[in-house]
Ligand binder design. Structure first.
Ligand code: FE2
Length: 315
């Protein structure tokens, strides 16, 4: 083995860098186990010095599960690689978000984890940047194990056994809980608008606490984007409780922001990490590719809504 493993940062309790992993090493059972265990332990891996090519990205994803086409969007995909999803921002058609300071960003996304509006959540993904402009375009990560550990005991006890309710929301500036820096959606991606028209996704429920199966560590299983309430709880009480979780769930002092450099791939555990896209200047082009590593953490389901929450959705 020629690759090396080190911590992403001495300040962080999550994240590793794997340097110089060779494509020929990926098939080695010992290497595969070591990488899988590292992913479970650290939640986030930056691969540096491994050729960031489509076939390598897919082969590497297969170490951690089964990469499949993205289940929701009609992503255009690179010929011959259906397991790769293209994630473009084009100035003429992408999401543009405007902020309080007057800045306009393309492809900005608030803190979230992927597919949270479905009962089954993918286990992870590997992302790489093919084209990105100078300045902007960072991808942020927050560890939900850290977020849970930071909760006061009283909040830990209150959320134990509760299920949050989530509904797909294509407008990334519409959040019921927390602040999004005054973000206003100036233009919705033409594809998102189409998805919105076609889809009727029923609300789903996910436990506010998830226990990592391999380690027993508890994590704060909460994404402010998409959240609308708590099963079996009055709306006002649920609103207050979820709002109280936001500062812990999205504590940016504990975040890592990945500034993309040349030949890199980034793997994250979607059952553990929140992520966000800082966005690019609205007049610049960006192209990423990602895999979707499937899986089911087994605790999501369709939600049972109270009449009060149903009214909220119909409003
Ligand atoms: Fe995402």
């Amino acid at each position: 083995m020629v690759f090396t493993v080190s911590d992403l940062s001495s300040d962080l309790s999550y994240g590793s860098i794997v340097r110089d992993l060779q494509p020929t090493e990926i098939a080695d059972p010992g290497v595969r186990k070591r990488l899988y265990d590292l992913w479970v332990d650290r939640g986030l891996i930056v691969f540096r010095g491994t050729p960031a090519e489509p076939d390598v990205q897919i082969a590497l994803s297969e170490v951690f599960g089964d990469p499949e086409p993205h289940p929701l969007r009609d992503m255009s995909r690179e010929d011959g690689f259906p397991k790769l999803a293209d994630v473009y921002y084009r100035p003429d058609e992408g999401d543009i978000t405007r902020f309080d300071d007057g800045s306009r960003r393309g492809a900005w996304l608030p803190w979230h984890f992927d597919l949270f509006y479905l009962p089954q959540i993918n286990h992870g993904g590997i992302l790489r940047a093919l084209t990105k402009p100078e300045g902007g375009g960072e991808t942020g990560f927050i560890d939900r194990i850290l977020a849970y550990d930071a909760l006061p005991d009283e909040l830990k006890q209150r959320i134990d056994g509760l299920y949050g309710i989530y509904v797909y929301q294509p407008d990334n500036t519409k959040q019921r809980y927390g602040s999004n820096g005054g973000a206003v959606l100036e233009r919705m991606h033409v594809r998102s608008a189409g998805v919105l028209k076609r889809m009727e996704l029923p609300p789903v429920a996910h436990p506010l606490v998830f226990v990592q199966p391999e380690t027993g560590r508890r994590l704060l299983n909460f994404s402010p984007w998409y959240a609308i309430g708590i099963e079996g709880m009055d709306q006002a009480e649920a609103d207050a409780l979820l709002a109280a979780l936001v500062p812990y769930a999205t504590d940016e002092t504990q975040a890592y922001y990945h500034a993309w450099q040349g030949d890199e791939m980034v793997l994250w555990d979607n059952w553990r990490m929140l992520h966000c896209a800082c966005g690019v200047p609205a007049d610049k082009y960006r192209h990423m590719q990602r895999t979707t590593i499937t899986g089911d953490y087994g605790v999501g389901r369709f939600a049972e809504l109270s009449a009060e929450t149903r009214e909220l959705l119909d409003a």
